[in-house]
Design a binder for this molecule. Structure first.
Ligand code: HPA
Ligand code: ZN
Length: 323
């Protein structure tokens, strides 16, 4: 059997703020003169028992408040890439949540400066390539997303695409039609979370109205066989996050996760870590978990890894290099 930790991999669904490990959160809090409402790293880690997406998001947004300076975002990004390099990561399309930072008074430029510096270092040190995707928070007004997009100015060329995340149910994709149209017109890549907790209609809307290139999560498509047929026929990549689905109680156990059935049905499935600091593991751990729980074969692992390279936003020459 192949070592799944050294298998070369690309990751397409990774929130950089979700890589904030408790140790670094305490270090940054001390550096910035802030207090986390927990006595210790262990106490913070004990909070990682989530009921659903919303209960996770509450802790996720509260903890990321320790990120204040560009250097904090750089330290966060470097720490993630150092870990992921040790798990076979070769390319990553990184999400970040700017509204969660600008709402706290952190300038967008500082956020992007820090993340970009971390990504540049990883490229030099580990040979890991990356793109940066700005996610809009769907539980905030669409007008705020539009205002942020229109105010990007010099920062526009520093992002490669946009996404849509945060609390899904009650915040359908179509609300964000306009900002997605503008992003497409600006030549950016477009993706959206859909079908994580909400049903197949959200996936259809993301495709029809937002015209996304990939669907993040998307596993609720399984409730609608016609949608599955369409996703197979159109070869729409799905960035599935098995550990996240279990931790957020979308799927009961890893052993019951449908990811390998999806692969066998011809869906263009990829495996990703989502928020690895919170959900119990990085991308290599995600593959290893599937082997232990579902008997992932070497052939299936290779197919998942190949799908991720093909579906990534790395350029064609880099894709060829990774194959
Ligand atoms: N879903 C929606 N929003 C998120 C997630 C997620 O899994 N992680 C970080 N923001
Ligand atoms: Zn996500």
């Amino acid at each position: 059997m192949k070592d799944l930790y050294t298998l070369p991999k690309a990751e397409l669904h990774l929130h950089i703020e979700g890589t904030l490990e408790p140790e670094l959160a305490f270090e940054l809090a001390a550096r910035n003169g802030l207090e986390l409402p927990y006595a210790s790293v262990e106490e913070l880690r004990r909070q990682y028992d989530f009921e659903d997406l919303s209960s996770f998001l509450e802790l996720y947004y509260a903890t990321m408040a320790v990120l204040r300076e560009a250097s904090d975002f750089e330290a966060l990004t470097r720490a993630y890439l150092d870990r992921a390099a040790g798990q076979g990561l070769r390319h990553v399309d990184v999400f970040f949540d700017p509204q969660a930072h600008t709402a706290r008074g952190v300038p967008l430029e500082a956020v992007i400066d820090g993340i970009r510096a971390g990504l540049d270092t990883a490229r030099a040190q580990h040979g890991i390539t990356s793109t940066l995707l700005l996610c809009f928070l769907r539980d905030r007004p669409a007008a705020e997303a539009l205002a942020m997009f229109d105010a990007l100015g010099d920062q526009l060329v520093r992002i490669d695409g946009i996404g849509l995340d945060s609390a899904e149910v009650g915040h359908p994709p179509a609300l964000f039609e306009e900002v997605f149209a503008r992003a497409r017109a600006a030549g950016l890549h477009v993706v959206a979370h859909a079908g994580e907790e909400a049903g197949p209609e959200y996936v259809r809307e993301a495709l029809d109205v937002l015209r996304v290139e990939r669907v993040d999560h998307g596993i609720q498509c399984l409730q609608d066989p016609r949608l599955v047929e369409r996703l197979v026929a159109d070869r729409v990549p799905l960035t599935v996050c098995p550990q996240s689905n279990v931790r957020l109680r979308v799927v009961r156990t890893l052993a019951e996760h449908p990811v390998l059935e999806m692969l066998e049905r011809g869906l263009v499935v990829t495996v990703n870590s989502d928020d690895p600091a919170y959900f119990g593991g990085y991308v290599g751990d995600a593959f290893q978990g599937l082997r232990e729980a579902l008997g992932l074969t070497d052939e299936q692992a290779a197919a998942l890894a190949r799908n991720a390279v093909d579906a990534s936003f790395a350029g064609a020459p880099r894709k060829r290099e990774m194959h």
